[in-house]
Design a protein around this ligand. Structure first.
Ligand code: SF4
Length: 401
């Protein structure tokens, strides 16, 4: 038994199961929002066969909960369910990230491997070990599963994957801006879904490069009311932020309440931090900015997105954002730390913050009640600020007269 565990634990991609030939590999990875679009493009360009597990759903959650220990965080349960569903559909190679810091992500892969093996599944797990050099690790992992040596395929695969990530980020940002201002409810969402489909189907680098401008023009055609709306930052743990099933579609709910959502953690931003070496970009990354702004409240990153949560909240408060919603999975260690720091940040930086803890027990009605009450508070605070500003300006004008 001990031997088996050690064998599994040492199974990073450099020492993986080579018995599956590259041409027989059918690759799958966990669901997280629409991460399937760029990853599929990348892997298919490298000549791989892929299986995309179904969207996260109550069924997936049930499978994950049934096969996980109770106290483990929600993203693990859904990831495990994604693997099971993909293996059932014929996948034989699973991909996953492993991260440093005091976060359970470092153990996810080993735990999932052990559980899946004990359930009788035969597969190879490819681990992107973020403890090591990230870009080199990533390329090596893709080489391991595809055995492609053609540099054009890598260029096309990575180019397409990156451009699709960035295009999806742009589409999301336009959706958040337009949704609270649209005249006909649903127009922005329709346009967004249409462009997600186009991004998914565009398979040439050339086509992807031209897509950005066309997409922007299309969004600009949506009839809107030009009005000031409250701006709320969504922050917290990466997975719950990016997976609409897990966060109960909070972006849509807020948009339909007339709130402009802004999220600092984006797929493209993650690529910038993880894959692009620092010598390739002089621009301050999101993480570097977060560390700078969090300085007064925490001195170092402790894993997960803890420091981004604190730093982004301070940034929001100092840049006129009206409120912050902090999302975290139940029992997420890094976000428990940031939750405790955020109450101090809220007082000292004068910004309303709502923390929402998500797990399989989270009911929609209670969740929405808390969000609605918070948005009422944010709107009232914003109106008060505008009134104060107007009366100050009036007084100033009277003095000048
Ligand atoms: S950040 Fe939190 S929820 Fe995410 S893997 Fe780590 S401990 Fe789990």
């Amino acid at each position: 038994m001990v031997e088996n565990v050690e064998k599994i634990q040492s199974n990073t991609f450099s020492q993986m199961d080579n018995s599956i030939k590259a041409k027989d590999r059918i690759i799958a990875w966990p669901r997280m929002g629409r991460i399937d679009i760029p990853l599929k493009a990348l892997l298919v360009s490298l000549g791989a066969k892929v299986i995309i597990p179904p969207y996260n759903s109550n069924e997936a959650l049930e499978i994950g909960v049934k096969n996980s220990i109770e106290g483990i965080c929600l993203p693990y349960k859904l990831n495990l369910a994604n693997y099971i569903m993909a293996l059932e559909k014929g996948a034989n190679t699973l991909m996953m990230f492993q991260a440093p810091g005091s976060c359970r992500l470092g153990n996810y892969t080993k735990m999932a491997q052990k559980t899946l093996k004990s359930m009788g599944y035969e597969f190879d797990m490819v681990i992107f070990d973020m403890y090591k050099s990230q870009m080199v690790q990533t390329v090596r992992a893709f080489w391991h599963v595809t055995r492609t040596i053609n540099p054009y395929r890598y260029l096309k695969g990575f180019g397409l994957g990156f451009l699709k990530f960035f295009a999806m980020d742009d589409a999301e940002k336009m959706l958040w801006k337009i949704r609270p201002r649209e005249i006909k409810r649903g127009d922005a969402e329709k346009c967004y879904n249409k462009w997600l489909d186009i991004i998914d189907k565009t398979n040439s680098l050339w086509g992807m490069c031209f897509l950005f401008r066309k997409m922007k023009k299309d969004f600009a055609k949506i009839p809107i009311v030009n009005k000031k709306v409250p701006v709320v930052y969504l922050l917290g743990e990466f997975f719950v932020l990016l997976d609409p099933y897990t966060n109960q579609n909070i972006e849509k709910e807020l948009g339909e309440m007339g709130v402009e959502v802004q999220r600092q953690i984006m797929f493209g931003d993650w690529l910038g931090n993880i894959l692009i070496p620092s010598f390739m970009g002089k621009r301050e990354t999101h993480r570097e900015r977060a560390v700078r702004y969090a300085e007064k409240y925490m001195k170092r990153a402790i894993g997960g997105e803890c420091i981004e949560t604190v730093g982004d909240t301070v940034f929001a408060a100092r840049h006129g954002v009206d409120g912050v919603i902090h999302l975290m999975p139940f029992s997420c260690m890094p976000e428990i730390v940031s939750q405790n720091i955020l109450s101090k940040v809220s007082k000292e930086e004068d910004i309303p913050i709502l923390t929402l803890v998500l797990d399989e027990q989270t009911g929609k009605a209670g969740y929405m009640t808390r969000i609605e009450a918070f948005i009422d508070l944010v709107k009232r605070k914003k109106d008060k600020k505008v009134l104060n500003k107007n009366s100050k300006e009036k007084k100033k004008e009277m003095c000048l007269e």
